[in-house]
Design a protein around this ligand. Structure first.
Ligand code: GLV
Ligand code: MN
Ligand code: MN
Length: 410
């Protein structure tokens, strides 16, 4: 099949237009999941899907889906996806590139009159980022991978739970199960993403063919102390929750480094209750995240944390989720390499250290492929996150070629 050329200017214009929603000068884009800005982004995407002539649906997890149906009754489904939600003060590309490149592929397919032998869906998954919720909620809801009661827990101080935010958006969280779909419906899933690391840039390579996505385990740790007056409570009489928690902030990196130099561990969120200058913290709550391609490393860290907590009164460790590393389908690693080659682009096989919605679909047994493009200095989750228009276009072109290569397999 002749592969048409995607329109890089149009893709870039979409990225810049979407990047205005939730943008603040100097602070980047804040479009955390189910926030008013995220809902505005979803509404923007619905209009874009409609302009291209896709049938639009939002499911019970508020995933936004644009569908190009091929008309054959029992045709399979090829899906492209990623996310439009961001971390607080994030960039304009992490997640957005994958969704908008999918949109551009659909436009190129329609404009060139290509008759697909399967249905195509472009999916914007809700809450990939875990800014205030668990992360990859939409894709896990679709794959039936949510844990019982998970959506009712709130991860951030003074934050509503995912269920509360979903309700406020007009969806009934009790019906989230309706977002679930049979993985057998999907012939495959493809996702284009920025690398969020420096490897491609430093090696001067244009495309990454992702071999596997890192495993991520997350825990909510609560340490109880006693809130007290910061002026009149002598040091000897304090039960300061922050002081009790603090050793773990430096122990975690040590545990991780000792276990495996390729593993990473982060405490990116720490909250104090009640959280006032003149109150000795009565409670400290923080999220421990560890990542590795090897489940045994993460299990080891979990046990270190649990035994540390078990030996101390007032400590509690709750699991947010445990997702093992997930391999991409070898057929797609090769297909991405071939597509890059055919486009005259250099390509490298590489694992992903960032988490992605692709992981949920791969974990459900759907053959999954991921394509990376470099981003400037590897910076991501930061307002400085940046790619060049040509890099966006190259990634999109490789995505289209990989996608249309599936015609042979249908
Ligand atoms: C998503 O960006 C993640 O890797 O946490
Ligand atoms: Mn992302
Ligand atoms: Mn991200």
């Amino acid at each position: 099949m002749k592969v048409p050329q995607i329109n890089g200017d149009r893709l870039w214009a979409d990225l810049m237009a979407l990047g205005e929603i939730g943008y603040e000068e100097g602070r980047g884009v804040t479009r955390t999941a189910l926030s008013p800005a995220d809902l505005a982004g979803k509404a923007w995407l619905v209009r874009k899907f409609e302009e291209v002539g896709l049938a639009v649906a939002t499911d019970a997890a508020y995933n936004v889906i644009g569908r190009l149906a091929c008309g054959a009754p029992d045709a399979g489904l090829v899906a492209i996806g990623s996310h439009l939600d961001t971390v607080p003060q994030g960039g304009k590309f992490d997640g957005m590139l994958g969704v908008l490149a999918g949109l551009e592929c659909a436009r190129a397919i329609r404009e060139n009159g290509i008759a697909l032998p399967w249905n195509l869906e472009i999916i914007n998954f809700t809450d990939e980022e875990a800014a205030h919720h668990a992360g990859t909620v939409g894709s896990r809801a679709m794959m039936g991978l949510l844990a019982e009661g998970e959506l009712d827990k709130s991860v951030g101080q003074g934050r509503r739970s995912f269920a509360d935010d979903l309700r406020a958006s007009g969806k009934d969280p009790a019906r989230i199960g309706e977002a679930r779909r049979d993985p057998k419906e999907f012939a495959c899933y493809l996702e284009l993403h920025i690398e969020q690391g420096r490897r491609l840039e430093s090696e001067g390579i244009q495309i990454g063919a992702v071999t596997a996505i890192v495993g991520i385990y997350r825990y909510l740790v609560t340490v109880e102390g006693e809130a007290a007056h910061a002026g009149s409570t002598p040091m000897a009489l304090r039960d300061d929750a922050l002081v009790k928690a603090a050793p773990v902030f430096t122990l975690l990196p040590e545990w991780v480094r000792e276990r495996n130099p390729e593993m990473v561990g982060t405490i990116g969120r720490v909250e104090l209750f009640p959280g006032a200058t003149n109150v000795v913290p009565g409670r400290c709550r923080f999220v421990v995240e560890v990542r590795s391609q090897r489940a045994e490393d993460m299990v080891h860290l979990r046990e270190m944390l649990r035994s540390y907590a078990a030996a101390r009164p007032g400590w509690k460790v709750e699991t947010i989720f445990e997702k093992d590393g997930t391999p991409c389908a070898e057929q797609f690693v090769q297909a991405v390499m071939d597509a890059a080659n055919a486009e005259g682009l250099s390509c490298l096989r590489m694992p992903s250290g960032a988490g992605h919605d692709a992981q949920s679909l791969a974990a459900a047994g759907i053959p999954t492929g991921m394509i990376f493009v470099p981003c400037r200095r590897g910076v991501s989750h930061n307002p400085e996150e940046w790619i060049e228009p040509a890099q966006a276009a190259q990634g999109c072109q490789v995505l289209l070629r990989t996608l249309l290569g599936q015609a042979r397999m249908a």
